[in-house]
Design a protein around this ligand. Structure first.
Ligand code: ADP
Ligand code: MG
Length: 693
């Protein structure tokens, strides 16, 4: 049997268990070896019942004295299983909720290992819902007792004991033959444990210190394999010739002097970085990070005009039609007075629904449009450019990696600017977006007053409405955001549609209300937005369709209903729709029933306006996989490594990748053979890269 063999041929796993494992991404024996425990229990020293203290977690070994199951007298559907457990030093009661079947297993006299938090209940010690397993016969004790024991997330059909046994068998059989995917030199330079030792100690640690070393080694491996393709991509880009744009010129100067504001130093700095790239011989791939409202759009517009000024076309892709239209309108007015070489700059708007689509595509193809702003529609296959020299991708997190790569392919190595309003700390960005260069706008335009964020319960909604009403009385505008279009009785949340009707004829009947959501036709959406923008609506009722980009400085108040249903970055984006002018703004989060996690999110919103801090907090709460989403990154696949807590390790892995790639991009050297195998397992697409290397 080889490591690439299906696990179903392992002793202890048949087709059925193999199937339930496949839901966890485990198909081969190697996958199984990389199926890591979620925690450990130190059973070298089990606690005596007599030494247990309230509020702490313990592992104990005890015998069942008695047990019973009954339904709650309050709610019949609710059952309670209670057992009294003893060891030579004392007794403790254990309680499980809604697992009535447990009773039949908890036979008097049977011996258990339990793990849980000890509580004081009616002056007696108790564990609620402890995890437990039977100790079984003496023979299997070597895996389950008297050592540090792994605890796994269990696929269906396994108990902790059976899974431990299966993994132990696999380790015994395969570790002696396993090939370390990390080259020896690299390991010794970085003080890394070898693979066999690491796998053994991640599953059955000989000590927690060795477990730590194993964890470091396996995390390094993940980071390293994650960095290799990024570093290779960057290297190959640097080898490819791009366009040398001429960056100074009258059009740019005129554009800047016609702006109704002066650029912030941060904007100036970033423009400098972009100009340096654009005038250089290589194609630019730059990520522009900046908080909501920091003024990224004007930077991108300016860069687009640099290309236009030199006779190239530029394309600006936004994630929604509303946003594309907004950019289009803004750039149209910014350019209205400007001529270049005696001509007007020709703008185009390309969105999916547009009736003019065919005509605009033709104009782009014939070079009759200089700057086109659009949605995903820009990616359609029929569309080709005459001379595409510059690409902007706004709100990049709304697009998949594959999509981002499509637009630049319509030109001959155009320069690319990618923008994001979900910024992450710079050091982290450098490694995570390892194939891109990075610019940061780290200040807001002057005069912005931080949005005041307030948290209310539903019972306090009248107060929220009062604040909103006061803003309206000053002739300001407001948003009310709901998580869904139609209400849901099951979840007990209000929907935008019904609340629109209700508020319009009730609470806010003296004001002009508009409704916008994703199920409206594009034309209808555009009409509502335009009315709101022109001040012909006072309140806009909306769903998260408003999340990105919308820029209406007169809107100064936002109520977000059922705020616990939104993610942190999403809340920050929503809040970014207000506080965009020189007026004080209010963001009111309305929320009741909060999980601990939701509570953290809402608190983070109340205490910070800084997008970088919010993103960091969000990363901490959700973890990198969730934060970036699987569409974004191989990051979602990190199983053991955590870029937040292991930043130094990530940096070292990146440095090693930077060292290795130029020396052996195809991984064809003998010492890199194992690495190549592992890399292709994780990133099969690397094969294509290597082919063209
Ligand atoms: P984001 O970075 O979120 O995309 P925008 O580019 O939409 O932000 O800019 C937000 C608002 O700030 C816009 O109304 C824009 O015109 C304005 N703005 C941009 N730069 C400046 C500046 N230097 N001074 C004042 N206002 C600015
Ligand atoms: Mg923007």
């Amino acid at each position: 049997m080889a490591q690439s063999t299906s696990i179903q041929y392992l002793k202890g796993i048949g087709p059925k268990r193999a199937k339930s494992f496949s839901g966890y991404g485990v198909g081969t024996i190697e996958d199984l070896l990389y199926y890591f425990p979620r925690r450990y229990e130190d059973r070298t020293n089990l606690a005596d019942i007599s030494e247990l203290k309230e509020g702490q977690f313990y592992t104990i070994k005890a015998q069942v004295r008695s047990s019973r199951s009954h339904s709650s007298w309050r709610r019949r559907s609710f059952s309670i299983t209670e057992a009294l457990l003893t060891d030579p030093t004392g007794e403790i009661s254990c309680v499980w909720f809604n697992q009535p079947y447990l009773n039949q297993y908890l036979k008097t006299g049977s011996s258990l290992i339990l793990y849980g938090k000890v509580q004081l209940y009616n002056a007696r010690l108790q564990m609620d819902n402890p995890e437990f397993e039977f100790t079984g016969g003496e023979d299997d004790n070597s895996l389950n007792i008297g050592r540090i024991v792994p605890v796994y997330t269990l696929p269906q059909g396994f108990s902790q004991r059976s899974l431990r046994q299966v993994i132990k068998n696999a380790l015994d059989e395969f570790l002696p033959k396993i090939n370390d995917c990390l080259p020896f030199d690299l390991r010794s330079r970085n003080n890394l444990l070898n693979l066999a030792q690491s796998l053994l100690n991640i599953h059955f640690p000989q000590s927690m210190d060795l477990q730590k070393q194993a964890h470091t080694r396996l995390s390094f491996e993940e980071f390293f394999i994650f960095q290799l393709p990024l570093v290779l991509r960057k290297l190959k880009r640097k080898e490819k010739k791009g366009i040398k744009h001429t960056v100074s010129g009258k059009l740019i100067e005129d554009f800047i002097s016609a702006l109704p504001f002066t650029l912030t130093p941060a904007q100036e700095k970033v423009i400098g970085e972009i100009k340096a790239d654009m005038s250089g011989p290589m194609a630019m791939q730059r990520l522009l990070q900046g908080d909501v409202g920091s003024g990224k759009t004007v930077v991108a517009t300016l860069a687009s005009l640099i290309a236009v000024q030199g006779g190239y076309q530029a394309a600006f892709m936004a994630p929604t039609e509303i946003l594309a239209r907004q950019h289009y309108d803004k750039v149209t007015s910014q350019l209205s007075g400007l001529v270049f070489s005696g001509k007007k700059i020709r703008l185009g708007l390309l969105t999916g629904q547009d009736k003019e689509r065919k005509k605009i595509c033709r104009q782009i193809k014939d070079g009759e449009i200089d700057l086109v702003i659009g949605t995903h529609a820009l990616l359609q296959e029929e569309l080709s450019f005459k001379k595409l020299g510059f690409v902007v991708i706004d709100e990049q997190h709304k697009f998949g990696v594959g999509q981002r790569a499509l637009l630049p392919k319509k030109g001959d190595n155009p320069d690319v600017l990618i923008m994001t309003a979900t910024p992450i700390p710079r050091t982290l960005a450098i490694t995570l977006y390892g194939d891109l260069d990075i610019s940061v706008i780290n200040e807001l335009p002057p005069g912005r007053i931080p949005v005041k964020t307030i948290l209310f319960t539903h019972r306090e909604k009248k107060k929220a409405y009062a604040i909103l009403r006061e803003e309206l009385n000053y002739r300001r505008q407001a948003y009310i955001i709901y998580p869904v279009i139609e209400e849901s009785y099951a979840l007990d949340i209000a929907g935008a549609k019904k609340m629109f009707a209700e508020l319009k004829s009730g609470e806010f009947k003296d004001f002009r209300l508009g409704l916008i959501h994703g199920k409206l036709k594009q034309a209808a959406q555009a009409e509502v937005m335009s009315k709101f923008k022109k001040g012909r609506l006072d309140i806009l009722i909306s769903t998260t369709i408003l999340e990105v980009g919308i820029d209406i400085p007169n809107a100064t108040c936002m109520i977000i209903e059922s705020a616990e249903r939104f993610g942190l970055s999403q809340l920050h984006q929503l809040r970014g729709r207000i506080g965009r002018g020189r007026l004080e703004s209010f963001c009111i989060l309305v929320s009741d029933g909060q999980t601990e996690e939701a509570g953290k999110r809402l608190q983070a919103m109340v205490s910070s306006n800084d997008g970088f801090r919010i993103a960091e907090e969000d990363l901490k709460i959700r973890g990198p996989g969730e934060f970036f989403g699987s569409r974004q990154h191989g990051l979602a696949e990190l199983k053991i490594a955590n870029p937040l807590t292991q930043l130094q390790l990530l940096k070292r892995a990146r440095e090693e990748a930077i060292k290795l790639i130029p020396a052996d991009a195809n991984l064809s050297l003998r010492q890199n053979a194992g690495l190549k195998v592992r890399l292709l397992q994780r990133f099969p697409e690397y094969e294509n890269f290597m082919a063209s290397a």
